[in-house]
Design a protein around this ligand. Structure first.
Ligand SMILES: [Zn+2]
Length: 476
């Protein structure tokens, strides 16, 4: 096991251990295990060959902690959002979206080192329960969550759940000790800086599109932060090099075949139309809605946050009618309320049941909640919506777009995958993009690879691009 350098690192690394009690460790582990289950259901865990590689890099780093405290677990959260996060108890995640931006094992080690320190130093996760639907959340008794946990969790924005709101002090500490840790594990301690700058460049390139919560809103980039990293890196002591990928090309090869954007196994968006290849269903959201797709549910909300719509499969499988009875019973028993309306329904040939569950008259606007169940191909789907009066029609329109997909439609569902290719000697990036049918444009490809758009390429340095890939149901 490596000893970290005597400078800042040694002292700081030893501090927490003196105060740490066995029950604290147990508490962290328990909290982390609960969080890990939620990550699994909300994001899914990528189990491709890339995952094995990420675990090895993580083990390399954790093996260099002076006293590990936890059994660290490293996973790829199956989401396109570029992010990395740590749960208490040593659960460390990088997302597919972040991996797609990484160019070397050293950069990956920099990011993972930072997250390991968040868990190691027990920078507690302060969940931001920031509501994205303030008016709807004021409904009494958390009625939405009670009747549709998925609707509730979308309102509480699943991606917000694990994104910690660390203090600047904690971020600084994670940067500094993380840099020391990756150096101790034999990595280039300066490598955290370029990946942070690249993530920042990605956000800039995507500005103008939908605003996403990413690595940078929780880990704000400032030139100060990079300066600080470079300064710490200068005095970090480098341990024995145990890297897994022996070259940068070999590193890139680990990303080959990884999904970029949605993993179609959880359904995917074609513009604003949601398509699910294994459940064989489609749903049309309005074009200007913000949408969230997770392993558990797909949802969307209007720009003014006054309407939300969530499609999911409830845990128990019952008929639409049985569901509606259950919900009405619950409403009467627990809330002493009667549904506004409950009736059978047929949408695009699919039979179901709809319950207009609740309507609350407020001073200026009233809020309604609707639950509909539809049976298709052996599954019962729940379509839940909450809306203000003037949004009732638009949520009804989404509901009416629910349909079963034909085999032909299913066969045409595509996703995007990372592909690693060798340029021709002296080829321009533009020519390469054309030749390979890269779905990223030239500026994005340059950014993702840490290149300039005009520089001729070398055949020795491989490039990552994104290509369309038909989703085969057997792929699942
Ligand atoms: Zn952080």
């Amino acid at each position: 096991m490596m000893h970290l350098s005597k400078t800042i690192l040694c002292t700081v690394l030893w501090i927490p251990l003196a105060f740490l009690h066995a029950q604290d460790i147990e508490y962290d582990k328990q909290l982390g295990a609960e969080g890990a289950r939620t990550v699994l259901t909300q994001y899914g865990i990528d189990d491709s060959k890339t995952s094995e590689y990420v675990k090895k890099v993580g083990d390399n780093l954790a093996g260099s902690l002076t006293e590990p405290i936890f059994e660290y677990q490293f996973n790829i959260a199956d989401t396109p959002e570029p992010n990395a996060f740590a749960l208490p108890g040593g659960y460390v995640y990088v997302t597919r979206g972040l991996l797609a931006m990484v160019n070397t094992e050293d950069e990956l080690a920099g990011v993972m080192g930072h997250e390991i320190i968040h868990a190691y130093r027990r920078h507690s996760i302060k969940q931001m329960k920031k509501s994205i639907l303030p008016s709807i959340l004021k409904i009494p008794g958390n009625i939405i969550g009670a009747f549709s946990p998925n609707l509730g969790s979308i309102i509480n924005a699943p991606s917000n759940l694990f994104i910690a709101n660390y203090s600047r002090k904690h971020e600084k500490e994670s940067d500094e000790l993380g840099v020391g840790l990756s150096a101790a594990a034999g990595y280039d301690p300066y490598a955290l800086a370029p990946i942070l700058e690249r993530l920042s460049a990605e956000v800039e390139l995507l500005t103008g599109q939908e605003e996403k919560k990413g690595y940078f809103s929780d880990h704000p980039y400032t030139p100060d932060r990079v300066d600080n990293i470079n300064q710490i890196a200068g005095s970090a002591r480098k341990g024995t090099d145990n890297r897994i990928a022996q070259s940068d090309n070999e590193f890139l090869q680990q990303l080959d075949g990884m999904w970029f954007g949605d993993n179609p196994a959880y359904g995917t968006f074609n513009k604003s139309r949601f398509l699910h290849p294994t459940l064989k269903i489609g749903l049309q959201f309005p074009e200007n809605w913000k949408t969230i797709n997770s392993a558990q549910a797909v949802g969307g909300f209007s720009k003014d946050n006054k309407a939300v719509f969530v499609l999911s499969i409830p845990q128990q499988q019952m008929s639409p009618e049985a569901y509606s009875k259950l919900v009405i019973e619950k409403l009467q028993k627990e809330y002493k309320l009667e549904p506004v309306k409950a009736e059978p329904i047929t949408i695009n040939g699919l039979n179901g049941y709809t319950v207009h569950l609740y309507k609350e008259q407020k001073k200026q606007e009233s809020i309604g909640i609707n639950l509909t169940w539809l049976a298709s191909d052996g599954n019962t789907f729940q379509l839940a919506s909450a809306y203000t009066d003037d949004n009732q029609e638009v949520t009804k329109k989404i509901e009416n777009s629910f349909s079963a997909l034909s085999n032909k439609e299913v066969a045409n569902i595509i996703g995007h995958q990372i592909k690693i290719i060798a340029p021709k000697e002296g080829e321009s990036l533009e020519a390469l993009c054309k030749r390979t049918q890269n779905t990223w444009d030239v500026p994005f490809t340059a950014m993702a690879n840490g290149l300039s758009t005009s520089q001729p390429l070398s055949s020795k340095r491989k490039i990552k691009i994104s290509v369309e890939k038909k989703f085969m149901v057997e792929d699942k």
